[in-house]
Write a protein that binds this ligand. Structure first.
Ligand code: DOR
Ligand code: ZN
Length: 344
């Protein structure tokens, strides 16, 4: 028996497209399904200025295969030297949708991120004034904090103080991985939103470590205990408009994942929507998938939802997703949920 659902075309509110040959290989995987994406700026060198964001956007559009429509929403990488006037100009010109804050050292290419949060206060104040959202990688980086506690400590010691000091600042807590984050979002107002990835709705930390290390499940923030995964599923399927999809799909060639010091990132662009249909159906909440993937994100970013739709179909035979996407730098492994999925 087949079952179908039709929803507004989804958007991805947190995506890594990379650049050059890698971008050429992975962009169609997103553009095939998603209308828009918030594109992360952690290239080497990072996308810091409005001019760099405009040039990156043009490279993305040039790489888009004929016949595909897709709108990249650009972000600026916040450094301690970022000029508030440049940020405001890029926002006013429609070049930059948001600013991305990486605590220095938190993740891939975050070395130019923020060490001293006081140094970026003028930028944050300008953003509050013009209503420009701040996307936050919410982990502290000090070696005395256990990696599994870094998100919870960040909320208490960085995020909450910044929000109190900057009234009106609109913040997206990105790739939330804990019940602490879900609770913090629920306890706050409409100026705070949170993205949840596909993979954090599916794996917990056991999936990474039990029965041999699984480098393709390693990402940052790292997946937490099962109770946290369940809290994320509850938040995503609740219909609460502050939670929305940001896949954090982050391609790395296999030889850099399957490595003595493997890179962080799960590549989910190819199969996210079928996986989400599976997760939402299991939770008895297929009727909330459209809100999570297609409606809540645009509402937070004060943009219209997409006009067109996609249809997801469930059949009796498991869907065969490609195991890998070919790229010049080597194959990129597509996220394997570890269970059969009947949606496509
Ligand atoms: O797993 C991750 N990969 N988390 C991030 O924050 C960055 C990303 C990447 O760029 O590879
Ligand atoms: Zn990311």
């Amino acid at each position: 028996m087949t079952r179908t659902i039709t929803i507004r075309r989804p958007d991805d509110w947190h995506l890594h497209l990379r650049d050059g040959a890698m971008m050429q290989a992975v962009l169609p995987e997103t553009a095939r399904t998603f209308g828009r994406a918030i594109v992360m700026p952690n290239l080497v060198p990072p996308v810091v200025t409005g001019a760099q964001a405009a040039a990156y956007r043009d490279r993305i559009m040039a790489a888009l295969p004929d016949g595909m429509t897709f709108q990249p929403l650009m972000t600026l990488y916040l450094t301690e030297d970022t000029d508030p006037a440049d940020v405001a100009q890029a926002h006013a010109d429609g070049i930059a949708t948001s600013v991305k804050l990486y605590p220095a050292g938190a993740t891939t290419n975050s070395a130019s991120g923020v060490r001293d949060f006081d140094k970026v206060r003028p930028v944050l104040e300008k953003m509050a004034e013009i209503g420009m959202p701040l996307c936050m990688h919410g982990e502290v980086t000090t070696s005395d904090v256990d990696i599994f506690d870094r998100e919870a400590v960040f909320i208490e010691t960085v995020l909450d103080p910044i929000r109190r000091a900057t009234p009106g600042l609109r913040v997206v807590m990105e790739h939330t991985t804990t019940s602490h984050a879900a609770d913090y979002v629920r306890a706050n107002d409409q100026d705070l939103g949170a993205t949840i990835t596909t993979h954090h709705l599916i794996i917990n930390r056991n999936h990474i470590l039990v029965g041999g290390i699984k480098p393709h499940y390693y990402c940052l923030p790292v997946a937490k205990r099962e109770e946290h995964r369940q809290a994320l599923v509850a938040a995503a399927t609740s219909g609460d408009a502050r939670f929305f999809l940001g896949t954090d799909s982050a391609p790395h060639p296999d030889h850099l994942k399957e490595h003595a010091c493997g890179c962080a990132g799960c590549f989910t662009a190819t199969n996210t929507m079928p996986l989400l249909a599976h997760v939402f159906e299991e939770a008895g909440a297929l009727d909330q998938l459209e809100a999570f993937a297609s409606l809540n994100g645009p509402a937070f970013y004060r943009l219209p939802a997409n006009d067109d739709t996609i249809t997801l179909t469930k059949s009796d035979t498991a869907t065969a997703f490609p195991a890998k996407i070919d790229c010049e730098a080597g194959p990129v492994t597509v996220f394997d949920p570890g269970f059969p999925v009947y949606w496509s």
